[in-house]
Design a protein around this ligand. Structure first.
Ligand code: PLP
Length: 400
C-alpha cells in the first residue's frame, strides 16, 4: 500500500507551472526563450499599496489576526461589493484567504461530499477540477465552442445539471480564454439556475477589472438577486493590483458557508499574511486610478497579439472581452510536420515543438480541458509580444 494518500493519485500537478519550469530550464541553458505562459501582470504593485504595507510593518501590525481576516479588510470588501455591484454584505459574510486560490479551495473543502458534482465549463482555470477532486467531489466538465466565443450556453448548463449537482463554477472574464459574459448572456445562465434551487454558484471574478472595449462586468448575484442566498462571489487582489505574491483573496456569501470556510482555514493555514491584508485594505479603499491606463495597455497588447496570430493560416482566435489571455485554435495545423520532423497531432505536441524549435513558451489547451488550442498570456512588453508572434508566424509557415 502506498505511503501517499489515495486522493493524491487523482490529482495532477499544475501544467502551467510545468511549462514555465521547462522554459526556465532552457533559458538557464542559454536559449533566448520568450515566455508567454505565466498568469501574472508584468507591472509592479502600485506605490500606495506598497506604502500601506511598510506603514503596517512600522506600526507593528505584524502578529496573528482573526483566521479569515481583519475587520478593516472585511469592511473594505463589503464596501467594494456595494460600490461595484450594489450587493450588501456584512463582515460576517466575508472570508479572506491566502490568495483567491485558497478561498475557492476552502469553499470546496467545506462543502463537498463523495458523489457531489461540480459543473465546470471548459476551457477552465487549471485548478478547478483538481480542487474538486481533492475535496472528494466529481468535476462535470462541459466543453464550450469557439463558435460561441468559449461561452457556456443556457442549454448546455441545463443539460449538465443533475440531482447531484452541488456547485456551478463561473469565471468571467475567463482564464484561459479572456471571454467575458455580458449581462444578457449571464442572465440566460442565471435563469437556468433559478429553476434548480439545489445548485450553488461559485463565481470567480478574479479578472473583473481587466476588461476592454467598454465591456461591462457583472456578477451572478448582481444579475439575479434571487441567487444571493446560494452564491459565493470570489475575488482577489492578485491580478488587477499586480499583487500575485502578496497572496490575498476574498469571498462573500452566506454566513453559514463563510463560517465553514473559516473552520477549514483555522485548522490549516490560519490567517493570511497580516501585512498583505493591510496592503489589500489600501488596494480596495485607495485610488483605482491606475486601472484605466493599465487596461489601455493590455487592450493594445491584446489587439497586437490577435492581429498577428489571426494572420496565420490554420490559426483562429475570437476577440476576448477581458483578462490578459487569448486562446487560439490550431485546428488548421493538426496533421502538419515541423522542420525537425515532429508531426503535430495535438496542441501539446504543437506547444512542445514551438518551445523547442522556435523558443516561445505558451501553454497547450489540453491543460485547460479544450483542444486543439493554446493559451498566450499577453502580460508582456510590446517588443516581447511582437518578437514572440513573429516567431510563431515563422514556425507555422515552416510546417509542411
Ligand atoms: N482564479 C483564476 C481564474 C485565476 O486565473 C487565478 C490565478 O491564476 C486565481 C483564481 C488565483 O489567484 P490567486 O493568485 O489570488 O490565488
Amino acid at each position: 500500500m502506498s505511503f501517499l494518500s489515495a486522493t493524491l493519485s487523482r490529482v495532477k500537478p499544475s501544467p502551467t507551472v510545468a511549462m514555465t519550469a521547462k522554459a526556465a530550464e532552457l533559458k538557464a541553458g542559454g536559449r533566448d526563450i520568450i515566455g508567454l505562459s505565466a498568469g501574472e501582470p508584468d507591472f509592479d504593485t502600485p506605490q500606495n499599496i506598497k506604502d500601506a504595507a511598510t506603514a503596517a510593518i512600522a506600526a507593528g501590525k505584524t502578529k496573528y489576526t482573526a483566521p479569515d481576516g481583519i475587520i478593516e479588510l472585511k469592511q473594505a470588501v463589503c464596501a467594494k461589493m456595494q460600490r461595484d455591484h450594489g450587493l450588501s454584505y456584512t463582515p460576517a459574510q466575508v472570508s479572506v484567504g491566502s490568495g483567491g486560490k485558497q478561498t475557492l479551495y476552502n469553499a470546496l473543502m467545506a462543502t463537498l461530499n463523495p458523489g457531489d458534482e461540480v459543473i465546470i465549463p471548459a476551457p477552465y482555470w487549471v485548478s478547478y477540477p483538481d480542487m474538486v477532486l481533492l475535496g472528494g467531489g466529481t468535476p462535470v466538465v462541459v466543453e464550450t465552442a469557439l463558435e460561441s466565443a468559449f461561452k457556456l450556453t443556457p442549454a448546455q448548463l441545463e443539460a449538465a445539471i443533475t440531482p447531484r449537482t452541488k456547485w456551478f463554477i463561473f469565471n468571467s472574464p475567463s482564464n484561459p480564454t479572456g471571454a467575458g459574459y455580458s449581462r444578457d448572456e449571464l442572465k440566460g445562465l442565471t435563469d437556468v439556475l433559478m429553476r434548480h434551487p439545489h445548485v450553488w454558484v461559485m463565481s470567480d471574478d478574479m479578472y473583473e477589472h481587466l476588461a476592454y472595449d467598454g465591456f461591462a462586468f457583472c456578477t451572478p448575484a448582481q444579475v439575479e438577486p434571487g441567487l444571493y442566498e446560494r452564491t459565493l462571489t470570489c475575488n482577489g487582489t492578485s491580478k488587477a493590483y499586480a499583487m500575485t505574491g502578496w497572496r490575498i483573496g476574498y469571498a462573500a456569501g452566506p454566513v453559514g458557508l463563510i463560517a465553514a470556510m473559516r473552520k477549514i482555514q483555522s485548522q490549516s493555514t490560519s490567517n493570511p499574511c497580516t501585512i498583505s491584508q493591510w496592503a489589500a485594505v489600501e488596494a480596495l479603499n485607495g485610488t483605482q486610478e491606475f486601472l484605466a491606463p493599465n487596461n489601455a495597455l493590455f487592450k493594445r497588447r491584446r489587439d497586437l497579439v490577435l492581429s498577428m496570430l489571426n494572420a496565420i493560416e490554420g490559426i483562429d482566435c475570437p476577440t476576448p472581452e477581458g483578462a490578459f489571455y487569448v486562446y487560439p485554435s490550431i485546428a488548421g495545423l493538426i496533421g502538419k510536420t515541423t522542420p525537425k520532423g515532429t508531426r503535430i497531432d495535438s496542441d501539446e505536441t504543437f506547444c512542445t515543438a514551438l518551445l523547442e524549435e522556435a523558443d516561445v513558451a505558451v501553454v497547450f489547451g489540453a491543460a485547460f480541458g479544450l483542444s486543439p488550442n493554446f493559451r498566450v498570456s499577453y502580460a508582456a512588453s510590446d517588443a516581447a509580444l511582437t518578437e514572440a508572434c513573429t516567431r510563431i508566424q515563422r514556425f507555422c509557415a515552416s510546417l509542411t
